[in-house]
Design a protein around this ligand. Sequence first.
Ligand SMILES: O=C(O)CCC(=O)C(=O)O
Length: 308
Amino acid sequence: MAIGMTEAQRVAFETDGFFILEDFLTAAETQRLSDAADEVVGRIQAEKGLAPETHFQVRNALAQHEAFLDLVDHPRMLPLVVDAIGWNIQIRTSHLDYRPPYPETMVAGDVGVGDGEDQEAGYRNVSWHPDLASPHIFEGPSLDGRLPFMEIKVFYTLFDMTESNCGNLWLAPGSFKRTPQELKDMGRKVPEEESLELKLPAGSAVLWRTATWHCVGPNTSNKTRKIFHMGYHWRWLRPTDYIEQDPELIERSSPIRRQLLGAMATGGDPLGAESDVAPSSQYWQPKNPEDVPLRAWAEAQGKIQTAK
Ligand SMILES: O=C(O)CCC(=O)C(=O)O
C-alpha cells in the first residue's frame, strides 16, 4: 500500500522510470540549498586552488553541509522514496554538480554523445548511460541483458533550469526496461523522440530509477548549473561514497537518519548477536528492529493512511 505516492506517480515510475515534482521545495529550502552549494563549492575551490569556471562534482555531499544532510530524510520526500524502493535502504551516493557556463568559444557536441569540445575539456557525465552498468558492476551475466532494479535517485534543481541547454538533465522514458547493449549498439545516440530534456524551475524534484538512460546537456546559458542527486539503494549493497560515515555525524543523527547513513543502532554488532560462531550480516536480515527504524515508520504511516 502506498504511503505517499499517488496512483499517477506509481504508473509513471513503472512506465517511464521517473516522475516529476515541479516546485517541490519551498522557496526558503531552495535558497538554503543554493547558498549551501555556493558555500561548499567556494570552499573546495579555495582549498584546491580551482578557477571559478571549473566544472566539478562533490560526492558524499551530504557530509559537506547541513542543508544537504537534511535532504536525506526530507519529510515530504521520504514517503515517496519508501514507496519506490522499500524501507531496508541506505544512501548509496549523494552528489552536487556544479557546472558554470561553457566558455563562449566552446562548441558543444551532440547532446549525450560525448563527441564535442565540451567532452574533451572534461565536462563529465554528458554521455547517455544507465547507472551501474559498467563492466565492474552489472555487465555480468544476466538473464536477458537488462539491469535489475538496484536503486533510485532524487534529483533536485537548485537553479532555474527552465530553458534549454543550461545543463539540463535528459532522460529516456521507459529505457530502464532496455538493455545497456542496445544503447551501445545505437552509438549512444538516443533519438529526440525517445528522450526528454527536463526544463524545471528551481526547487523541483524528480524521483527516478537510475537504470533509466540519462545524460547532461551542454550549458551554453549564462547561468551556473547547480543540482543535487540523493541516491538510495538497499542496505545489503555497498555504498559508493563512503564505507562508514563520520561517527560524530552518526551520533547526532535521529535513528532513521542513522539507518539512511548506513549505520547500525548504537551498540549493534553488524554481524549479529552470535557473531563469534554464526556471523550473519545485519545488513541482510536485520533481527534488531532498531537497526531499521524506517520499517516501523513506514508501517505507522501506512496505518495512518488506512485510518483516514
Ligand atoms: O549531473 C547529473 O545530473 C547526472 C549525473 C550522472 O549522470 C550520474 O551521476 O550518473
